[in-house]
Every structure is written in structure tokens, then in C-alpha cells.
Design a protein around this ligand. Structure first.
Ligand SMILES: NC(=O)c1ccc[n+]([C@@H]2O[C@H](COP(=O)([O-])OP(=O)(O)OC[C@H]3O[C@@H](n4cnc5c(N)ncnc54)[C@H](O)[C@@H]3O)[C@@H](O)[C@H]2O)c1
Length: 328
């Protein structure tokens, strides 16, 4: 299998590439990434010289680069996206370009070369839920420019399946955490601010709820869907681990032996969704996937990883710990 991965210098893409090459000795991966905000070349340093890995610096909106690369591959997984909700609120241009124009170009090329595509999407397409969980046919109700462009991308993927019979499938996941996540995101931000003894900003009252999954479990699910998922279908991926932001901050401070006095409540993000929740029984019953990592174990692993890998984050940490990025 020769796989094209887009956005492989980001958090989930880099974990996916490392795990897939490690576990599948006859697989090769080409990674296209434009080294945008959120990427970190250090994540894949250890495989840079592998003859089963190739890096192409390029934007997925660039049809020429993508065309030359796609022709060499059997299938594509699209992780590339502008993934920062706060930044999409400040300026939605890059969300539109990467998340909508990017998938359009990818779809045109998988249609041309008849390749399989896995589109990696998010629970945020369903918007905030007071109660219950969204299954695969729940209505879309995105709140931010980020989630709206991800929802639009899903609709476009679906249309290429219906109209052209393209071999595409969608995965939709809850909040990921784990090693190699950019420090602007909640969990690494808490760890790195606490480590430096700095105040930890908590949006609003901190009661917003997300459903958290360890990144390895998400990667296993995407790998399973790539191999076994049915074209035209979507699969929700969640670990049934709903927890409020403030509980996460408290857990991390306890793990790091730091005082809760570091917590500081700040102005809430505009349009901040209160709760996301997804029902993932379809992927469990149809494809036999299940999550393996318990939240407390994964969190401990994540804290330890950041504390022992300061080479990975020391050059990017200053700007990414900015307290209210949507005001930039
Ligand atoms: N992080 C989460 O909790 C989460 C949850 C569900 C779904 N997702 C989805 O998973 C995917 C990966 O998320 P992540 O957290 O790893 O994001 P990330 O921001 O860490 O990484 C995104 C990567 O894509 C690259 N990229 C962005 N736009 C590009 C473009 N136009 N051309 C080429 N490269 C481009 C960036 O340089 C970066 O390396 C995204 O599609 C995101 O929507 C993320």
C-alpha cells in the first residue's frame, strides 16, 4: 500500500504516520503538508530518512503538486485542515481555503485517478447538544467558521460519492489529546503553562463539555475505516469520555503537583459550544473498533511526554500560549 497523507506534520497526521509505518512494514507513505500554523517538522524527524516515507511541501489547494503525487498512491487520507477554532473566528480565510477549497481539489483528483479517500472530520459539525448524542444521520448545526467549513467538506465528499460514484468515506471524531499536539490547544496549553508557573486561562465558567479520545485510538479507527469502511458511509469515533474543561485543568494540575491558584477565568470565546457528544456504536458494531486508552492513563502519558520533550515545543511555545487568540 502506498498511502498519501495530507497534513502529516500536524498533531493527528504525524501520530498516524508514525504508528502506521511502525505496524505495517510493507506500507509506504507520502506526506503533503504546507508547514502551516499547527505543523511541527520535529514530529517526524525520526523517519525523515526512511525509504518508506517521503515528504512533499505543498498546499492541498495546489492541483499541480497534488496531481503529481496522487498518481503514485493507492489511497488518500485527508488530515490537512485549518483546525484552530479561535483563529477561524479571528479570520476565516484559511479555514475556507484549506477545509473547503482543499477538499474540492482532492475530490477532483480522486475522481480523475479513481482513488479511495478518507476525509477526517469532527464532532463539531453537529454543533452544541444539550442532551443525547449525535449518530451518523444527526442534523448538522455548526457554530464556528471552522466547523461550518468541515461540515461543508463532508457535504462535498458525499456529493462526489452520489454523483460520480467516488470511493470516499468520512470519519468524524471527538476531541483528541496526546503527544505532538500544538500548544495552542487545551491540554498541551494547560501542561506548558502549569510547567512554567503561569496563569491558566479558562474560558467562561469552565463547564463546557467535550468528549476526549487518546490520539492513538483515533488513528486506529481511521486505519480501520481506510481498510474496511464502506464507500459513501460516515463513521463516528468517540471514547464515551465526556468531561468539563475545568475538570481537565484540575486533573492536570494534580498530576503535576501544581496549585489550583494557577486557574484564571477569562472572557468566553464567542459562540462557544457548550457540549459535544457522539454515538459511535456504528464503527464498534460494523468494523469492530474500540478505544483502548483510559482517560487518566492517556492524560498521564501526555503530561509525561510534554515534560520530557521540550525540544519539540520550546521554539513554538511563546505565541501559541496567547490567551485570547480570536482577538489577534
Ligand atoms: N484535534 C482534534 O481534536 C480533532 C478532532 C476531530 C477532527 N479533527 C480533524 O483532524 C484533522 C487533523 O487535525 P489536527 O489536530 O492534527 O490539526 P493540526 O492543526 O495539528 O494539523 C493540521 C496540519 O495540516 C496542515 N495543513 C493545513 N492546511 C493545509 C493545506 N491547505 N495544505 C497542506 N497542508 C495543510 C498544517 O500545516 C498542519 O500540519 C483536521 O482535519 C481536523 O479537522 C481534529
Amino acid at each position: 500500500m502506498k498511502l498519501l497523507v495530507t497534513g502529516g506534520l500536524g498533531f493527528i497526521g504525524s501520530n498516524f504516520i508514525l504508528k502506521t509505518l511502525e505496524k505495517n512494514k510493507d506500507w509506504e507513505i507520502i506526506n503533503i503538508d504546507d508547514k502551516l500554523y499547527g505543523s511541527n517538522s520535529k514530529s517526524l524527524e525520526k523517519i525523515e530518512k526512511s525509504n518508506r516515507y517521503e515528504f512533499v511541501k505543498g498546499n492541498i489547494t495546489n492541483k499541480e503538486i497534488l496531481d503529481k503525487t496522487m498518481i503514485k498512491c493507492d489511497a488518500v487520507i485527508n488530515f490537512a485542515a485549518e483546525s484552530f477554532v479561535d483563529r477561524s473566528i479571528s479570520d476565516a480565510t484559511s479555514s475556507f481555503d484549506s477545509n473547503l477549497k482543499g477538499i474540492f481539489i482532492l475530490l477532483e483528483l480522486i475522481k480523475k485517478y479513481k482513488k479511495r479517500l478518507v476525509q477526517v472530520s469532527t464532532d463539531e459539525v453537529f454543533g452544541s447538544l444539550d442532551k443525547g448524542s449525535a449518530n451518523e444521520i444527526f442534523r448538522f448545526n455548526p457554530s464556528s467558521p471552522y466547523s461550518a467549513t468541515k461540515a461543508g467538506a463532508e457535504l462535498l465528499v458525499n456529493s462526489y460519492f452520489i454523483t460520480y460514484g467516488c470511493n470516499c468515506v468520512i470519519t468524524r471524531c471527538t476531541n483528541n489529546y496526546g503527544p505532538r499536539q500544538f500548544p495552542e490547544k487545551l491540554i498541551p496549553k494547560i501542561i506548558l503553562l502549569a510547567e512554567q508557573g503561569k496563569k491558566i486561562p479558562i474560558y467562561g465558567t469552565g463547564t463546557n463539555i467535550r468528549d476526549w479520545i487518546f490520539v492513538d485510538d483515533h488513528c486506529d479507527a481511521v486505519f480501520n475505516v481506510l481498510n474496511n469502511g464502506k464507500a459513501g458511509e460516515s463513521y463516528n469515533i468517540s471514547a464515551d469520555n465526556e468531561i468539563s474543561n475545568i475538570s481537565i485543568v484540575k486533573k492536570i494540575l494534580a498530576l503535576m503537583n501544581k496549585s489550583e491558584d494557577l486557574m484564571e477565568f477569562v472572557e468566553d470565546r464567542p459562540g462557544h459550544d457548550f457540549r459535544y457528544s457522539m454515538d459511535s456504536s456504528k464503527i464498534r458494531s460494523e468494523l469492530g473498533w474500540k478505544n483502548k486508552v483510559k482517560f487518566d492513563d492517556g492524560l498521564k502519558k501526555t503530561v509525561n511526554w510534554y515534560l520530557s520533550n521540550n525540544d519539540w515545543w520550546k521554539n513554538i511555545v511563546k505565541d501559541s500560549l496567547n490567551q485570547t487568540p480570536w482577538k489577534n
